[in-house]
Every structure is written in structure tokens, then in C-alpha cells.
Design a protein around this ligand. Structure first.
Ligand SMILES: Nc1ncnc2c1ncn2[C@@H]1O[C@H](COP(=O)(O)OP(=O)(O)OP(=O)(O)O)[C@@H](O)[C@H]1O
Length: 660
């Protein structure tokens, strides 16, 4: 019989050549009004032939399998269902090749099940496919070019149900059936490959064995291979007669099989490399921005869109279906997106576009709305607040932990680090003159050396002494010599060091100083320039009085009250202005000894010259006693510091004149 219908179509990735041979009762329906137009409009069909009573079998030839590198089951010839099957309707029927054959009722039953799933809008695409897979399993559905598929196509084309009478519905059912079946077999093939890869690999023909088994294996392997090759060859020969383009696929299968065995050891490496590469290259996803018109003409109208994802109401991502992804020029790694000005506007345009494409409402593209939270974007938005918060936390922490230390590059001043001397080398011999002062302060030395002697008698040693007098008279030197004589640690700090711009810092330092002294008792604390903090309180109020200074003084008073005589800490303080000190400081129980050190008299100056002239090199002709007497006579009113300076200047002058 002559060809009933033959038509070339250009738009298809899966080229099908479909000569149909239909049963006579089917052909009667096919030759009616519906079928030819339906066939003409079918996609995926490049060339179709419907042979009326053709002696040749029905052949559907597909290169879909090549597209996926899969081998779908084929059949060689269509034979009558009655040929090898019994008449029991409940028993599935198979042809001579073991392929499933449907009766008309079975095909219609399967179709009705499929239609029910396709039209269930409550299911996602993935859920639909899972249900379809189980239905196909139940019916033992054959491959894309099996008799069962032919019968299903026939059933779709000759569907007499009312819903199939809608214009274009049969064509859509064809598409849906084709897609579903393709996915079903694709999954099946993948599962088969995975299970195959899990089985232990056969002994390689070139594997080395210690015993003779290798030869046998080799022989077996070779035999199997030759058998396989033979059967493969035979199969090829048979197929080459009937399938015009089966050769490339067969080669691909053979090559794939060999390579699969050969490269399975490298799969893990490749997967890992791919993952690393994908990670480094941003997942290998290429993003393409398109216009709405491009989306409409290149994707929507061609039926390549599975769904649309509207992100943040501003961008639409186009998710392609399998056919769309398989199109030349597109790839699974490419995402297409376009921008929208407003969701309403977009919905209107999409609706219009789908109507223009004559898509029935049930087939309209599903649209999903998502709100994406970009970490980078969120961080960018929060950055100013975070920065401000961090700065506040940092400054607060600094102020609390070390006072002002660190905030403007200052480090926390610890008395241990800067003004702590545990082995003081200075003693009273280094302090010349001021014998009265030495006598008075000697009492502290004795107490610190042997406190038990005083405590036994119930005597309370004075807590502290204020050394006052003109600058450079040796107050600090005397305090240090006291520690040296007593052999106790000496902690000294200047009053001005307590005063900082931050509230609470001075008081905190006083606490630290006394804490350290107590921990290392017996010890001597020396506060130089105590007038910096110990001025009478209340003066200067109303003119920006220094509350911080008063806080520091209060803390000093508290600390001096706080330790008992058993703490064995003596507090000495130096000042040039004893008259301005707060009376609270000077009361008994605090600085109850006031030791005045004036500029040295003649004898005192003579002794001081004696101390400092010893440190410099004198001319051999000089008599030290004579010299220091004469110098003392020449320097009335000079302080100890002045005398030390005179001696030093003399040494410098001698050095300048290259004296030896
Ligand atoms: N009596 C002294 N014997 C030996 N050297 C002294 C004497 N008095 C002062 N000097 C010398 O003068 C230097 C300064 O002395 P010191 O710092 O003790 O004076 P001060 O009274 O504490 O001064 P200020 O009141 O300015 O703090 C000492 O390092 C020391 O070399």
C-alpha cells in the first residue's frame, strides 16, 4: 500500500522516523477526520510514514537514545498479539521477542490513568513522574519504540473521550506521553548503570595472577568477549537491515561499555575534580540575561519552559524542561533570566503571551515566587550598623577593662611594669645630708625589718609619711633608700599619672597599686607629686572642678584606711606643696608623719659633693676632702639635684676637652 502520510519537520532534537502499520479497525479510525491532522502537528517527528497494509513491520526509529547515550529497547518486528499469547485477558501478553503487547482495553486503561495524573494540578512535575513511573511499571511498559508504545500512541490518536476532543489535546497528550516515557526509561537506564557499577568488575584479560587461573580467566574472558562480539555482530547485522541509523548508537554503546569498565577507577577522581572545579568556577553555571520577547519566542512558544521562578519580584528565572535543555545552543548549565518592572505587569504579559501561543489554561507555565536573601546583600545593608555596634562594644570593653588603655594607642599602665623595684640598690649612704629626715624615716625601716617587735608591744606604726621640701632635695631618693635599707619592694608612681581623661581610671589605678603592694608586703608605696591629686577638695568648684581628681584622692584615702598595720605596707609621698594638701590626707592614721627636707646646709652640701664626686674621675692632684669643702662653700642654696648636676657638668666639660 502506498504511503498515507509523509512529512518532514525541521524542529526536533529527537528525530523520529515513524512508519506506522495499524490494524484494520484502527486504520478505519485513523483515516477519519482526526488522526491525519494530529499526526501532522506532532512534534519530535521529522519524517513519518504510515503504511497501509504494508508488508514491512511497524518501525519507529529514534536517535533520542543517542542524545542521552542510552540504549532503549527496540523491537524487530511487529507480530500479531495472538501469535504467542493465550486468550486470558488478565494475563499480560508478550510477543516473540518478549515485548509487552497491550490490548485496546489495556492501552485505553493506561491512557486514562496517565491523563488523570497529567491533569492533577496538585502534583508537582516530579511527583507526577513518580506516579507515572509506577503506572508504567505496573503495565510493564516497553521502550520508546516497542509495540506497547505504538499501541499507546494509537490509543492517544484514536482517543474518543470527550476531553480529547478539545483542539490540540491529542497532540499535547502525545507530548506528555512521550516525555513521561522518555524520563521513565532514562531513570531506568541510570538505575541499571548504577547497579552495574556496584557489582565487582570482571577479571581483566590482562590481569596478572600467581596461579594458572589467569589463563583460564583469560580464556573465559576471551571466549566471553568473542561470544559477545559475535552476538553483538549478529545483532548489528540484524539491526542494520532494519534500522537506518542504528550503527552510531551501537558503536556508542560498545565504546561506552569498554570505557565504563576501564574508567570506573577514575570516576571518583573525576567527580571530586568536577566538584572542586564547580566550586571554584561558581558551580559552572552560566547565567544569561534575555528579554521578555526572547523568552516568548525562543522558549515559551516552542514549549521549552517547565516553570518560571520570580525572585524578589524583580527577576524571573526560566527553568527549561528536558526538551528545552536538549536544544542546541542551550545547556543544562545555563540559566536564563529576565528582569521585570512589576509582578502585575509581568503576569499580564505572560498571560497574553500564553494566549497568543494558543496554550490552554491547564498547560500554562507555573510561576513560583521566591524571596532570596543574599548574604552579601544583607551584610552590605547591615554593615554600617554592625560597624557602629562593634566600635561601641570595643570602646566600652577597653574603657572597662583597662580604663583608657588602648583606646588612643595608650597601654594600660601597670605599676608592676613601670615603677616596681624589687631589689632596690639605693641605701642611706647614697643620701647625703638630711640626717634628721633619715632619722625620722629610719623608724619605718626598723618596722619593716622587724614588725613583730612593734606588734608584740601593741604599737601601731605610722601608715605613711609625707616628704615635703623644695625640688631636688632628695625626697624620692630618700624614699627609695628606705626601701633599699629595709630590703622591701618599692612601688612608686607620680600623682599626675593617676589623672586621666577617663572617669574612674585614677581610682582604678590606685586600687591596682595598693593591691600589688599588699600582695608583695612588706613593701613601700611612694606617691610622688601627691599634690596633683591630694589638693584640698572643694576648691575650684563651680569653675570646672576636677571630679576625677577627687575620686582618685578618695580612693587613696579609702585604700590607706583599708589596710591594717598587719599589712606591712608603708606609704610615702613627696610634694613641694604640702600646704595645699587636703587635711584628710594629713590626719593621723594616714600621712601622720610630715618630714620636711630643706636645701642642704654647708655640711650637707659637703657630704653630697662627696657622694657625687666619688662617681666621677678626678685629677690625680686633687684632694677630695679639700675639693668638696671648697665646693660646698661656693654653692650656698644649691639643692642635692643642683650639686649632682655640677659634678656631672664638670665631667662633661673634661670630656669635651679630651681630658682623661
Ligand atoms: N641628699 C642627697 N644626696 C645625694 N644626692 C641627692 C640628694 N638630694 C638630691 N640628690 C640628687 O638629686 C637627684 C634628684 O633628687 P630627687 O629626685 O630625690 O629630688 P626630689 O626632692 O624628689 O625632687 P622633686 O621634688 O622635684 O621630686 C637625685 O637623683 C640625686 O642624684
Amino acid at each position: 500500500m502506498a504511503t498515507l502520510l509523509s512529512r518532514n519537520s525541521t524542529a526536533s532534537h529527537a528525530v523520529l522516523k515513524v512508519p506506522f502499520q495499524l490494524q484494520s479497525h484502527t486504520l478505519r479510525r485513523v483515516t477519519g477526520t482526526t488522526i491525519p491532522t494530529t499526526i501532522k502537528r506532532g512534534i519530535h517527528t521529522k519524517q513519518r510514514h504510515i503504511n497501509y497494509h504494508s508488508p514491512k513491520p511497524v518501525i519507529i526509529q529514534s536517535d533520542i537514545s543517542q542524545s542521552f547515550g542510552l540504549s532503549f529497547k527496540r523491537f524487530n518486528s511487529y507480530q500479531s498479539p495472538d501469535h504467542h499469547n493465550n486468550d486470558n485477558n488478565n494475563v499480560p501478553k508478550f510477543n516473540a521477542q518478549g515485548e509487552r503487547i497491550f490490548t485496546d482495553d489495556e492501552a485505553e486503561h493506561l491512557l486514562s490513568k496517565l491523563k488523570k495524573i497529567w491533569s492533577d494540578s496538585s502534583l508537582s512535575e516530579a511527583e507526577k513522574q513518580i506516579r507515572i513511573d509506577s503506572v508504567f511499571d505496573e503495565f510493564q511498559m516497553g521502550g520508546l519504540v516497542s509495540p506497547s508504545t505504538t499501541m499507546m500512541i494509537n490509543a492517544i490518536l484514536t482517543d474518543q473521550s470527550p476531553d480529547a476532543e478539545v483542539a490540540g489535546q491529542k497532540m499535547k497528550n502525545m507530548h506528555l506521553f512521550h516525555d513521561s516515557l522518555k524520563k521513565y526509561h532514562f531513570q531506568k537506564e541510570l538505575r541499571a548503570r548504577v547497579s552495574k557499577s556496584k557489582t565487582p568488575p570482571p577479571v581483566s584479560k590482562w590481569s596478572v595472577s600467581q596461579d594458572g587461573a589467569s589463563t583460564e580467566n583469560k580464556g573465559k574472558s576471551a571466549k566471553n568477549e568473542s561470544t559477545e562480539n559475535e552476538s553483538s555482530k549478529k545483532d548489528n547485522d540484524t539491526k542494520s537491515e532494519e534500522f537506518n541509523s542504528s550503527e552510531p548508537q551501537k558503536k556508542s554503546e560498545e565504546n561506552g561499555k569498554q570505557e565504563f569498565d576501564g574508567i570506573q577507577n577514575y570516576v571518583l577522581l573525576i567527580v571530586l575534580s568536577s566538584l572542586v572545579f564547580a566550586y571554584l568556577s561558581g558551580g559552572g553555571v552560566e547565567e544569561k540575561v534575555i528579554t521578555f520577547q526572547e523568552f516568548q519566542t525562543q522558549f515559551l512558544q516552542k514549549g521549552f519552559v517547565e516553570k518560571l521562578i520570580v525572585k524578589d519580584n524583580s527577576e524571573v528565572e526560566v527553568v527549561l524542561n528536558e526538551r528545552g535543555k536538549a536544544q542546541p545552543g542551550t545547556s543544562g548549565n545555563t540559566t536564563y533570566s529576565f528582569s521585570i518592572s512589576s509582578v502585575l505587569n509581568f503576569e499580564e504579559k505572560l498571560k497574553k503571551a500564553q494566549q497568543e501561543a494558543n496554550m490552554p489554561e491547564v498547560m500554562w507555565i507555573p510561576v513560583i515566587y521566591v524571596q532570596t536573601v543574599s548574604i552579601g546583600k544583607a551584610l552590605f545593608q547591615l554593615a554600617p550598623s554592625l560597624l557602629l555596634l562593634s566600635f561601641l562594644l570595643w570602646t566600652t570593653k577597653k574603657a572597662l577593662s583597662g580604663g583608657a588603655g588602648g583606646m588612643f594607642g595608650q597601654k594600660k599602665k601597670t605599676f608592676k611594669k613601670f615603677n616596681a623595684e624589687k631589689n632596690v640598690k639605693v641605701n642611706f649612704a647614697d643620701v647625703a645630708g638630711c640626717d634628721e629626715a633619715k632619722e625620722e624615716i629610719m623608724e619605718f625601716v626598723k618596722f619593716l625589718k622587724n614588725p613583730a617587735k612593734y606588734e608584740k608591744l601593741g604599737a601601731k606604726i605610722p601608715r605613711g609619711a609625707i616628704l615635703s621640701g623644695p625640688p631636688g632635695t632628695g625626697k624620692t631618693l630618700l624614699a627609695k633608700a628606705t626601701a633599699g635599707e629595709a630590703g622591701v619592694p618599692f612601688y612608686s608612681v607620680s600623682g599626675s599619672e593617676f589623672v586621666e581623661m577617663f572617669v574612674g581610671v585614677g581610682a582604678s589605678r590606685v586600687r591596682d597599686l595598693f593591691k600589688t603592694a599588699r600582695e608583695n608586703a612588706p613593701s613601700i608605696v611612694f606617691v610622688d607629686e601627691i599634690d596633683a591629686i591630694g589638693k584640698s577638695r572643694g576648691k575650684g568648684k563651680g569653675m570646672g572642678g576636677n571630679d576625677e581628681r577627687e575620686n582618685t584622692l578618695n580612693q587613696l584615702l579609702v585604700e590607706m584606711d583599708g589596710f591594717s598595720t598587719s599589712d606591712h605596707v608603708v606609704v610615702l609621698a613627696g610634694t613641694n606643696r604640702a600646704d595645699v594638701l587636703d587635711s584628710a590626707l594629713l590626719r593621723p592614721g594616714r600621712f601622720d608623719r610630715k618630714i620636711y627636707i630643706s636645701n642642704p646646709e654647708l655640711e650637707g652640701r659637703k657630704d653630697i659633693f662627696g657622694v657625687h664626686l666619688k662617681k666621677i674621675r678626678l685629677a690625680p692632684s686633687c684632694d677630695l676632702d679639700d675639693l668638696k669643702g671648697r665646693l660646698a662653700a661656693l654653692t650656698p642654696g644649691m639643692s642635692g639635684a643642683d650639686i649632682a648636676n655640677v659634678c656631672n657638668e664638670a665631667a662633661l666639660t673634661a670630656a669635651r676637652h679630651n681630658e682623661e
